[in-house]
Ligand binder design. Structure first.
Ligand code: CS2
Ligand code: MN
Length: 352
C-alpha cells in the first residue's frame, strides 16, 4: 500500500513541501487543471506537473481525475472526437510513466453536499449531506455551493444539460458508459495505464439525474463491461459507505482478489439519518465505518496500490478548499498507516 495525498496544483493552499513532511506519505494524486474538459492533455504539461512533484521529493502516483465530458455521458454524436482526445491523453500519461487514472461517470454534478462548513461538537467543521435539504435545492435557480462541481456552468448551460439528460435514464447511462469503456480501455492497455472509476457520491440519484455506480452489484456489472485489470475500481469508503447497505470491506476482498482494485479512497462517514451523513474524522469511533476492518481487508488482498485519505474536516483554524485542508487529512494518513503497520506486524508475528 502506498500512502498518497491529493494536491490541487500551484493554487492549492496546501504546499508540496508540507505534504512531504507528513510521515509515510510518498505519493501525490493530482491533475492538469487548466485544460478544458474534453481536450487532450499535452505531454509537456503532464511532464511539467510530474517534474514539480518529483522536485519536492514525492512521486506522481495517480491522476485524479481525467474528467469525462458530459457529451460522452449523454451519448451525443460528438462523443467520438472527445473519446479520441481521452485516448490521446491516456497515451500521453502512459508515456510520462503515470500508471493510474481515476475518473467518474456522474452526470453534471460530481460529489454533492448540502453544507460545507457544518460545525461538529468539537468546533471543527465538516461537509454534510442532508437529503431533505438537497431535495429542496434547485440547481437551476438556487445559488449552489458544490465543491466538486464545475462552477463555470452558466444557468443557461445547466438548463440545457438538464434537458439533454431528460431521456437518459439508468440503462441509457449504462449504455453510454459501456461505449466509453470499450473505446478507451484498449488505449489504456497499450499505454500501460490502469483506470479506476470512482463510485458516485452520494451513491443515489440527485436532482432527478441518474447515478449508477452505487453498490456491489453495480461495480460487478461495471467490471464485466470490459474484463481486464486496466478496467478497475477506485474504492471510496466514504462514498459507498454513505449507504449502510454497502459492505465496503467485502467489496475490497471480492474485487481485490480479482485484481480490480486500482486505487482506494479512505475516509469515515457518520450516518445521521435516511440518506444523510456527516464527514467525520477518519477514526472508527468518529463515524459509522469500521476503518480497522477496511485496512484488514486491504491486508487480506495484499494491496500494493495507492490509497489516500479522502476528505477531511477543517481543524485548528485552517481555511481552504472544503474537504481538502492539510491537517485533518494528514491525521487520516498517519492513522491509516498506523493500522496498516499494526495489522501487518501482528500477522507476521502470528505466522512465526
Ligand atoms: C473526489 C471527486 O473529492 C472527491 O470526492 O473523489 O472529486 C471525484 O469524484 C473523483 O475525483 C473521481 O473523479
Ligand atoms: Mn472519494
Amino acid at each position: 500500500m502506498q500512502m498518497t495525498f491529493r494536491w490541487y496544483g500551484d493554487d492549492d493552499p496546501v504546499k508540496l513541501w508540507q505534504i512531504r513532511q507528513i510521515p509515510g506519505v510518498t505519493g501525490i494524486v493530482s491533475a492538469v487543471y487548466d485544460i478544458p474538459v474534453g481536450e487532450e492533455w499535452p505531454l509537456e504539461l503532464i511532464l511539467e506537473l510530474k517534474g514539480k512533484i518529483e522536485a519536492a521529493g514525492l512521486q506522481l502516483s495517480v491522476i485524479e481525475s481525467v474528467p469525462v465530458h458530459e457529451h460522452i455521458k449523454l451519448g451525443l454524436p460528438g462523443r467520438d472526437r472527445l473519446i479520441e482526445n481521452y485516448r490521446r491523453t491516456l497515451r500521453n500519461l502512459g508515456q510520462a510513466g503515470i500508471g493510474i487514472v481515476c475518473y467518474n461517470f456522474m452526470p453534471v454534478f460530481d460529489w454533492t453536499r448540502s453544507q460545507l462548513d457544518y460545525e461538529l461538537e468539537d468546533g471543527s467543521t465538516a461537509l454534510i449531506y442532508e437529503e431533505e435539504v438537497v431535495r429542496r435545492m434547485n440547481p437551476l435557480t438556487g445559488e449552489l455551493q458544490l465543491p466538486g462541481w464545475d462552477s463555470s456552468y452558466r444557468k443557461e448551460d445547466l438548463q440545457l444539460l438538464f434537458e439533454q439528460y431528460a431521456p437518459v435514464h439508468e440503462e441509457k447511462l449504462w449504455d453510454n458508459l459501456s461505449y466509453f469503456v470499450k473505446a478507451i480501455m484498449p488505449a489504456a492497455e497499450e499505454a500501460g495505464v490502469r483506470m479506476a472509476i470512482h463510485p458516485d457520491d452520494p451513491p443515489w440519484p440527485i436532482f432527478g439525474l441518474p447515478r449508477i455506480i452505487t453498490d456491489e452489484a453495480a461495480l460487478d456489472r461495471f467490471l464485466r463491461l470490459y474484463d481486464s485489470p486496466v478496467n478497475g475500481l477506485c474504492l471510496c469508503s466514504g462514498s459507498l459507505g454513505a449507504n449502510p447497505a454497502n459492505d465496503f470491506p467485502a467489496m475490497v476482498r471480492r474485487f481485490g482478489r480479482e485484481s480490480r482494485v486500482n486505487f482506494v479512497h479512505a475516509r469515515n462517514v457518520k450516518i445521521t439519518g435516511e440518506r444523510s451523513f456527516e464527514e467525520s474524522a477518519h477514526l472508527s469511533s468518529a463515524g459509522s465505518l469500521d476503518m480497522a476492518e477496511i485496512i484488514r481487508a486491504l491486508r487480506d488482498i495484499d494491496y500494493a496500490g495507492p490509497i489516500r485519505p479522502d476528505h477531511g474536516r477543517m481543524i485548528w483554524g485552517e481555511t481552504g478548499k472544503p474537504g481538502y485542508g492539510l491537517y485533518d487529512r494528514a491525521l487520516g494518513a498517519v492513522y491509516l498507516n498506523g493500522m496498516w503497520e499494526a495489522i501487518g506486524k501482528e500477522r507476521a508475528a502470528g505466522q512465526q
